[in-house]
Design a binder for this molecule. Structure first.
Ligand code: GLU
Length: 544
């Protein structure tokens, strides 16, 4: 077979050579050890936690080594493409602090190694496709769907591996005449890799997450170019990551089964193999067993979910870091205020089996993060969230900023700040009562008569002075308690609850309910101070 003639026949319009491309995309000048990596999503419009995990891993590896993170859009499957998906991805990742140094952007491509969208790179792939045909490493296959289906059926019946390999690779060694005849008939073809691997052979490979792997050689003549001339992921990934000078490929471990083929392909193309970082899946507990988070079943897989719930970006970021590197939490404890970029991230610390996503843990992390913020920051983030998800609440917060900030300042600062909020969504149930429109009508405990509640409220109104400090204020509450025959001696009450009609805690609860509508609230003295004399009194009077 004259491979050169075949290459000319299949790719008559390709005049560039791999050498030309090498010259067009020279080696990058990065410091020794710099990680050049990328995110290479298909633009399906769905941005999920897995993207964030991969993005964060890539971003940390690139930027902490003085390297480059770029965005390549893998849009070879036009059917799955959703308009605007690239922009959504860029914006979402940016929201979580992942910024690309080059690649696809809102305004087109930026960087010297583009185009960064695979459909625009067809001519580049064809240069290598032609070269592979010339070198006898690839060949056209004219198999019909029917032939492939029959082959599969036969292999299944024979209990053999399925796929286009060995004696089943029916176009592997066909004559030029056969090929010419098919082309003349205008029949579609795909370009296949001519595999020289054997499943009898194994070799060792070291993945940065999975560790030492024993890999069985690939013997399948996989498709490189589809019949429309668009490459498969495998071929595009090899060409792109070579020409874009990628040093590390960070991707989901669903690609691990393709690794033997990828290694073979890089070798055939004469490319240096990048290092691979195969990330395990995110899982959750479902009853007693673990399973992968699923797009269909688990709303918490989508990153939009966290935005809508109102998890601050910092919280999601911190939580993902604790998932990815088991020593992150200890580091954070020792460095509570350091920027997370000071942490030395290592892909080797990723759990090879993947991670269990723990919503309760995220909530805890988030409570801590919000507790660390000052009231101004909480206000800003809360308003930003509410504008999008609860405009009415946003309006209330903005109508009197000082009032809102003083509410949000309750219990903030100091050694043990309150941890009331895990999400911005929880803010309204927590503090809504400060706004008359959100105040709920209290339901008093039926154990106590209306008369008792009424007496307490009246007595309180008679002595309430907003100028009192909290000590004096509480002394007055205790005095009322004693006057109505309730006890302030909680110890005695606990020892024999039947000995007293009620306690100072009950009296406080009446007041709390009258003023906040709820049995639970931050410190009541402070609440009254913030509400102000008039509003406090009006609320109590409204109950009376
Ligand atoms: N487009 C592939 C995916 O979304 C990219 C995998 C890779 O990063 O190489 O899974």
């Amino acid at each position: 077979m004259d491979h050169k003639a075949l290459a000319e026949l299949l790719f008559p319009n390709v005049t560039e050579t791999p050498e030309d491309l090498e010259a067009r995309f020279p080696q990058r000048e990065n410091p020794e050890g710099a990680v050049i990596t990328r995110m290479a999503p298909s633009p399906t419009g769905f941005v999920h936690l897995g993207n964030l995990v991969q993005g964060l891993t890539s971003e940390r590896m690139a930027h902490q080594s003085g390297g480059v993170l770029f965005l390549r859009v893998e849009d070879t499957d036009a059917k799955r493409e959703v308009p605007g998906a690239v922009e959504v991805l860029i914006d979402t990742l940016k929201h979580y602090g992942i910024a690309f140094d080059e690649g696809a952007t809102h305004e087109g491509d930026s960087g010297l190694y583009g185009p960064y969208r695979q459909r625009q790179r067809a001519a580049i792939y064809h240069v290598y496709a032609k070269k592979m045909v010339e070198d006898g490493l690839a060949y056209p296959c004219f198999c019909t769907e029917q032939e492939l289906a029959d082959m599969r059926q036969e292999q299944e019946a024979n209990k053999q591996n399925t796929g286009y390999y060995g004696k089943y690779a029916m176009w592997r060694d066909r004559s030029m005449e056969d090929i010419q005849a098919q082309l003349d008939a205008g029949n579609p073809w795909v370009l296949r890799f001519r595999s020289t691997g054997s499943i009898e052979n194994q070799f060792k490979y070291d993945d940065l997450v999975k560790g030492k792997l024993t890999i069985t050689e690939n013997d399948v003549d996989h498709v490189l170019l589809k019949s429309d001339g668009i490459p498969t992921y495998h071929f595009a990934h090899a060409v792109d990551d070579h020409l874009m000078r990628t040093t590390h490929v960070v991707r989901g471990d669903e690609w691990l089964p393709s690794l033997p083929f990828h290694i073979q392909l890089f070798k055939a193309l004469g490319f240096k193999l990048p290092k691979y970082v195969h990330i395990g899946p995110l899982m959750k507990m479902d009853g007693n067993s673990k399973r992968k988070l699923s797009k269909r079943k688990d709303p918490e897989l989508a990153l939009t979910f966290y935005k809508a719930e109102g998890f601050p970006v910092e919280a999601v970021y911190e939580y993902i870091m604790t998932l990815l590197n088991s020593n992150y939490e200890d580091w954070r404890r020792a460095n509570p205020t350091a920027p997370s970029t000071d942490f030395k991230f290592s892909p080797k610390k990723l759990n090879p089996a993947g991670n269990l996503f723990d919503y309760a843990k995220l909530t805890d992390v988030s409570k801590n993060e919000i507790a660390k913020m000052d009231a101004e920051k909480v206000y800003t983030l809360l308003v930003e969230w509410a504008k999008e998800f609860d405009p009415d609440f946003a309006q209330k917060l903005e109508s009197d900023k000082d009032y809102a900030v003083s509410i949000l300042a309750i219990g903030r600062g100091g050694k043990k700040p309150r941890k009331d909020l895990a999400t911005w969504k929880e803010a309204k149930p927590y503090m809504g009562f400060f706004y008359d429109e959100y105040l709920e009508t209290p339901v008093f405990d039926e154990k106590f008569s209306h008369e008792t509640v009424k007496t307490v409220l009246e007595k309180f109104l008679a002595v309430y002075d907003p100028a009192d400090d909290s000590g004096v204020w509480f002394d007055k509450v205790k005095a009322i308690t004693n006057e109505i025959g309730f006890t302030t001696d909680m110890k005695a009450y606990k020892a024999d609850p039947t000995a007293f009609p009620g306690t100072v805690a009950d009296v406080s609860t009446f007041l709390r309910q009258a003023v906040t509508g709820k049995t639970n609230s931050p410190d009541l003295y402070t609440v009254m101070q913030i509400l102000g004399y008039e509003r406090t009194v009006a609320r109590i009077k409204a109950i009376l």
